[in-house]
Design a protein around this ligand. Structure first.
Ligand code: AMP
Length: 391
């Protein structure tokens, strides 16, 4: 995120419910049935955030982030949705994502997509698929919506119950229905990407040209719909092919109408959100999570009370200088401390007591070969640094 010059934004865990109702849309699954909503003591309705975009835009408007020509922000935050828990679907989960607010050119969409893809590439993740689409804008979508609706009216009674409801509220969402019969019935349905106005069509073409020149593989999929009226032009998803039923690693798109809808100036914007747990699941499947836990370089073992006091202050001194160490905080015997150092795979042990302190000499013992090296207090830090550098 820093390499792409995005700055971190943190927003509260909850917001006024009205923000999400307007920012995400009353007719979406999230607002309709998934939000954790409750009244506070003054009967204001609050909601635990189910996604970040509405909160980011609220903050953007409230704190004048629009003073900069293009505001680029990223986040990593817990999210809450009341869904049926299953693999890859949790009720408290985490998302990381980014929003670029203030730019209308397809170059911004390309950067947001490149940023998302680059994160997976940097982590060594394979088997991902980028799907892109254009969902049009306020000038071309209404006519397309009417066309799609009249196409679907003819098969209305054969559609799933959910899709029949969506025919009234949000017909575009029928295109990404998971129901088998719906899929068959919509196989030849008209798609937004084939009915774009000249402006949206050029935007989509230029985005594809940018992705091609960045050598980012993609597939155009006319069924990717973000399903909200505020979404415009670009919509995309990154699919993890190892994930199973819940296979979306990340999703994003352009939302040129949202800032104005939430009370700000007319401001184009684009962003993405990615699931952290699904990222970890993918890394686990692809054996990319085999990072050994960090081990302390040195265990400071105390032989007596004098040694305990010394270990406590020496540990802070080491840590201030970037040397990882551990000590006994449970008053254990010297023998038990040595067992603990071994259990934690500490690489060296220094035993300290009244004797060592009086003599002004400690022994650094290697746990690997048992060898012991004498060291004076004045050289302790330097020697520890040398051992750390040896790796
Ligand atoms: P969305 O905001 O629904 O487009 O979700 C963006 C990403 O967040 C998805 O692609 C998932 O990776 C992740 N995600 C969404 N909902 C959940 C959930 N309930 N549990 C875990 N991850 C989720």
């Amino acid at each position: 995120m820093q390499l792409f010059n995005y700055r971190e934004i943190r927003t509260p865990v909850f917001e006024e419910t009205a923000l999400f109702a307007r920012g995400i849309g009353e007719l979406t699954d999230i607002v309709g049935k998934e939000m954790y909503t409750f009244p506070d003591r003054s009967e204001t309705s609050l909601t635990l955030k189910p996604e970040m975009t509405a909160s980011v835009i609220r903050a953007y408007i409230q704190h004048n982030l629009g003073e900069q020509p293009l505001a680029k922000v990223y986040y990593l935050s817990p999210m809450f949705r009341q869904e049926r828990p299953q693999a890859g679907r949790l009720r408290q989960f985490h998302q990381f994502g980014a929003e670029a607010i203030g730019g209308e050119l397809p170059a911004v969409d390309a950067e947001i997509i490149a940023l998302a893809v680059e994160i997976y590439r940097t982590l060594g993740i394979e088997n991902i698929l980028l799907k892109i689409n254009s969902v049009g804008c306020a000038s071309c979508r209404p006519a397309y919506k009417a066309l799609l609706k009249s196409y679907l009216e003819r098969v209305r009674t054969q559609l799933s119950e959910e899709s029949q409801q969506r025919l009234e509220t949000n017909p575009l969402r029928i295109l990404d229905s998971k129901d088998k019969q719906d899929r068959v019935l919509t196989a030849d349905a008209p798609l937004m990407k084939d009915h774009l106005c000249p402006e949206c069509s050029t935007h989509f073409r230029e985005l594809q040209a940018s992705l091609t020149s960045l050598k980012i593989p993609f597939e155009v999929d006319g069924r990717i719909v973000r399903g909200l009226d505020y979404y415009t032009k670009t919509a995309f998803e990154i699919i993890g092919k190892d994930l199973g039923a819940q296979d979306a690693l990340a999703g994003g798109g352009r939302y040129d109408l949202l800032v104005k809808e939430l009370g700000g100036k007319d401001t184009p914007a684009v962003g993405f959100a990615a699931g952290f747990e699904r990222l970890l699941m993918t890394m686990e499947k692809q054996s990319l999570l085999n990072v050994p836990p960090p081990v302390p370089l040195i265990f400071l073992a105390a032989a007596d009370d004098e040694g305990k006091r010394w270990a406590l202050s020496q540990a802070l001194e080491f840590r201030r200088h970037g040397i990882s160490c551990e000590l006994d905080l449970l008053g254990r015997s010297l023998k038990a401390q040595m067992r603990e150092a071994d259990r934690q795979s500490a690489r060296y042990v220094i035993v300290a007591g009244q004797n060592e302190i009086n003599r002004q000499q400690f022994m650094i013992k290697s746990m690997k070969d048992g060898s012991e090296t004498p060291v004076t207090p004045g050289r302790l830090l330097e020697d520890a640094r040398r051992l750390q550098a040896q790796g």
